[in-house]
Design a protein around this ligand. Structure first.
Ligand SMILES: Nc1ncnc2c1ncn2[C@@H]1O[C@H](COP(=O)(O)OP(=O)(O)O)[C@@H](O)[C@H]1O
Ligand SMILES: [Mg+2]
Length: 281
């Protein structure tokens, strides 16, 4: 069943086309990743999907509701973890979640039970009475995820959820996504980390300059460019060539008679092949 539908989405900021005729369907129970460099339009997409911005043209639907027309109703369907920190750092973890629960009129008893359950889920139970300003980056992220799940949404939107976190902390957050997804939550995240898209997303959409330039499972996308990459160092940096199989790659290197590295292709190669740029550029 489809839970997120984006139809011909355009968003302009003056002369800038932040999103340009972008369409996409996400099914229930997916972990979907929107991968793209800075300025690709990832945050704009999340903002439109979560009612914070209006499209210039096109429509978006969440669980069948058109987001613009039913903004109050659709908010029951999703939780959001924005890119920037939006916790009150002068309050404790428990107080942050309480405040959120009160704002959303969750009855007291249910609210307290939910907070307890979620703090345990994100492994912050023991820190519930501590001020958020003393938390590490990973702990703050986990608390934001807990907060987004307070109303038991069926969809979780996350904008660059692991940006700036250490690799092992990032893995901890990925584990949370997998566990939430195991409970049936559809996860829609944006990222500029190739590894994040490859490791945890069932399907990936590659966004560049407001356009969706590729869509599929990581394996499908990599198969499109070729499975094996040969990197040959030269005076100007590195020359990349993509091959269908290891045998053809090895034959190429033998004929070239130079030092080269053979490796499996990744989503960075897909992006370079499609745009001529690196995601990090
Ligand atoms: N409020 C805004 N006003 C003007 N331009 C904006 C605004 N928000 C985003 N943009 C522009 O839209 C483009 C896409 O931005 P954004 O969605 O933030 O990309 P990403 O999240 O992928 O880095 C960029 O060129 C950005 O400068
Ligand atoms: Mg962004």
């Amino acid at each position: 069943m489809l839970v997120i539908e984006i139809r011909g989405l355009c968003k302009r900021y003056g002369q800038i086309k932040a999103l340009d005729q972008f369409s996409l369907i996400v099914n229930q129970g997916e972990i979907f990743g929107l991968l793209g460099p800075n300025g690709a339009g990832k945050t704009t997409t999340i903002r439109i999907l979560t009612t914070l911005a209006r499209p210039t043209a096109g429509k978006v639907f969440i669980s069948g509701w058109e987001v613009n027309r039913h903004s109050v109703r659709v908010k029951k369907e999703f939780g959001v973890v924005p890119q920037q920190l939006t916790l009150d750092v002068e309050l404790t973890a428990w107080e942050n979640l309480t405040l959120h629960g009160m704002l959303h009129k969750i009855p007291n008893r249910e609210r307290n039970a939910r907070i307890k359950e979620l703090l345990a889920f994100v492994e912050l139970e023991e820190r519930s009475k501590d001020l958020v300003k003393d938390f590490s980056g990973g702990m703050k992220r986990r608390l934001m995820i807990a907060r987004a799940m307070m109303q038991r949404p069926s969809i979780l939107f996350l904008d660059e959820p692991t940006a700036g976190l250490d690799p092992q902390v990032r893995r901890q957050i990925w584990d949370l996504f997998r566990r939430l997804n195991g409970q049936g939550v559809t996860v829609f995240l944006t990222t500029h980390y190739i590894e994040e898209a490859e490791q945890i997303c069932r399907r990936v959409g590659i966004l560049n300059q407001g356009k969706l330039i590729a869509l599929g499972t990581p394996d499908e996308l990599k198969a499109k460019v070729g499975k094996v990459v040969v990197e040959v160092p030269n005076q100007c940096g590195t020359e990349y060539r993509v091959f269908e199989s290891r045998e053809t790659a090895v034959r190429y290197i033998a004929e070239l008679n130079r030092d080269a590295v053979v490796r499996e292709s990744n989503l960075e190669d897909v992006f370079i092949e499609l745009t001529g740029l690196k995601v990090g550029d």
